[in-house]
Design a binder for this molecule. Structure first.
Ligand code: ATP
Length: 288
């Protein structure tokens, strides 16, 4: 008698949590809509050819005065490749994403994108170069195609196919009798959390971002979804810069660079093998 109602309660709590994240973002976007557009068009400042895409330079930031969350954070994300951000809960990983997208500005220090201070760039133009894939990705109503095209209504079939390939969804779509025209809403196919996140990756890639921010799921993924996420990260990192809040040893092992954040400071950077040998803090975080 109890299994179903208890399951429903857990589902409701999870929906509310997802909803509150979405609401925060919607509120932020609405606030932004009323904001006068200042700053330059991206790319108007001369960027160093071949320089990093994203640079945090001695960034200090706190949500409240006198309580810094980032304390002199410094790291680079190159134009291509997979950078993993790891650290304990509260280390400041999501805050790095928030400053990268310019939901907040640093109290001190600089966030540079293509060599340009992000405060000097029009905010909507800055965000248009960044894709964000959050941990929990509710699929919207409608067909898979509608869900994918939402961010890039002008994308053609070729671009759609490429995004599906990068997100390791080609096989899944091929198995559906109605393909991309399958209903992905509540009455439609049941998609796992891993599949929903890869749909969000494909959707973000269709908008051709220079930088993709990905918050990896902490929840359990089955072996198939875990491998698909790994391949998707590997393939995507060839197309654009990828900054991943990493929770999975299996993907961290493959990162080109791992940035270890501890109390808002970068305490080590390097590849998995190097950090295992050199960083006690990384060893403490990494079960592998
Ligand atoms: P997790 O892995 O748990 O998501 P994290 O490394 O992403 O952690 P952040 O979410 O960046 O860490 O949080 C860093 C600190 O900033 C925490 O102490 C958190 O409580 C605080 N914090 C985060 N967002 C806000 C906010 N909107 N207002 C006030 N404090 C916040």
């Amino acid at each position: 008698y109890l299994v179903e109602p208890i399951g429903a309660v857990f589902q409701a709590v999870s929906n509310v949590q997802q909803g509150s994240g979405a609401l925060r973002r919607i509120t932020e976007v609405l606030e932004l809509a009323g904001e006068p557009e200042t700053g330059q068009v991206p790319g108007t400042a001369p960027a160093l050819a071949g320089g990093p895409l994203l640079q945090f330079r001695d960034v200090w930031f706190g949500y409240e005065p006198h309580r810094p969350v980032l304390r002199g954070t410094t790291f680079d994300v190159p134009q291509r490749g997979h950078v993993a951000l790891v650290g304990l809960s509260g280390a400041g990983k999501s805050t790095v994403f928030a400053l990268t997208e310019r939901f907040y500005d640093p109290d001190r220090g600089l966030v540079l994108f293509d060599g340009q201070d992000v405060r000097d760039v029009q905010r909507h133009a800055h965000r248009a170069r960044i894709g964000l894939v959050e941990q929990h990705c509710p699929v919207l109503h409608g067909t898979l195609r509608e869900n994918l095209m939402y961010a890039a209504p002008d994308a053609d079939e070729g671009e759609l196919r490429r995004a599906l390939e990068l997100a390791q969804l080609t096989e899944l779509v091929a198995q559906l009798p109605r393909g991309l025209d399958t209903d992905a809403g509540e009455q439609g196919i049941a998609l796992s959390g891993g599949e929903r996140q890869r749909i969000a990756i494909a959707r973000a890639l269709l908008a051709r971002p220079q930088l993709l921010l990905l918050d990896e799921p902490t929840a359990h993924l089955d072996a198939v979804n875990e491998a698909a996420l790994r391949s998707s990260i590997r393939e995507t990192a060839k197309e654009c810069a990828l900054l991943v809040i990493a929770h999975r040893v299996s993907t961290v092992r493959e990162a080109d660079v791992i940035v270890v954040l501890d109390g808002g400071r970068v305490v080590a950077t390097g590849r998995h093998g190097e950090l295992l040998a050199e960083s006690a803090r990384y060893r403490a975080l990494s079960p592998g």
